[in-house]
Design a protein around this ligand. Structure first.
Ligand code: OGA
Ligand code: MN
Length: 276
């Protein structure tokens, strides 16, 4: 089968994939390896107008890796990213998607990739933005790289939730704190040999820093990593599918009305690389 045809969308992250239909997604024996290579190179891959139904999305996702399941979802491989609690009982937490983050940073092994398909889009807002965390590291000066290499950061679910809910009830706080915190190096040394910065909403503090110094370092690195000229912003149309490599990109949803019908169907590929 043919190689994958891609068109770059952003300078550091994002490419559109052309010439792929449902048959090829499900049957081309070379496609999974081609997609993994393209993900490594571009961080986020856009497939416009695929209109995947859940069954096809799950079958395609299973060709790319191990798909996570949730007993509360139907089918168990599809998690709905929506702010409508009637469609997803965890909708309240999903306001956390409005801040730059890397998924699964409080887990032992962060997820490898996410496959998101638009079933309904917001009237305004609701774009998804991507920034390369590899480029974030590579663009530092040698001194800054060495400085970052020496730091460790504690990631918590609470830090991420506080950004969208700064006055939690005691019950909410107790629920957030049930999730264990996780300490990671600031610089992730990947199996591939590449390095990336581990930043985003879950980053609570830099170990050993006083709170102001810690906040300033994390904010400065995040601002630089996600500067407007470094990101790709995907403007969704119903039927689009986007896959991103969670190991090498930061992402966020642009704000949209909580009563919006926006409904993304998501498959999550389990990770195989601890942050080290
Ligand atoms: C996610 C996420 C962003 C969006 O599914 O992990 O952050 O635009 N989604 O819905
Ligand atoms: Mn996310």
């Amino acid at each position: 089968m043919a190689a994958l045809t891609t068109e770059r969308l952003g300078d550091a992250v994002g490419a559109q994939v052309l010439g792929v239909d449902h048959d090829r997604l499900l049957d081309d024996p070379e496609l999974p390896a081609l997609i993994h290579d393209a993900l490594e190179e571009h961080g986020a891959l856009v497939f416009r107008g695929l209109h995947l139904d859940d069954t096809t999305q799950v079958a395609f996702s299973k060709r790319l890796g191990s798909v996570e399941t949730s007993p509360r979802s139907d089918p168990p491989e599809i998690f709905r990213v929506t702010l409508d609690p009637a469609k997803n009982p965890s909708a309240a937490y999903l306001r956390g998607t409005f801040d730059w983050h890397i998924d699964g940073m409080t887990d032992d092994i962060p997820i490898m990739a996410t496959i998101l398909s638009a079933h309904a889009v917001a009237a305004t807002g609701g774009e998804t933005e991507f920034a390369s965390s590899y480029a974030a590291y590579e663009d530092l000066s040698d001194d800054q790289k060495a400085y970052c290499e020496a730091q460790r950061v504690v990631h918590t679910f609470e830090a991420a939730q506080r950004l969208s809910n700064d006055d939690p009830t005691p019950e909410e706080l107790a629920r957030w704190r049930q999730r264990p915190s996780k300490e990671h190096p600031l610089v992730w040394h990947h199996q591939s040999g590449r390095k990336s910065l581990v930043l985003g909403a879950t980053a609570d503090h830099v170990v050993g820093f006083d709170p102001d110094e810690s906040k300033a370092l994390l904010a400065d690195l995040l601002d630089r990593s996600t500067a407007p000229e470094r990101i790709y912003r995907h403007e969704w149309a119903v039927g689009d599918t986007v896959i991103w490599d969670n190991r090498g990109v930061l992402h966020r949803a642009c704000r949209y009305d909580p009563t919006s019908a926006r409904d993304m169907h998501r498959c999550t590929l389990a990770g195989d690389e601890p942050v080290k």
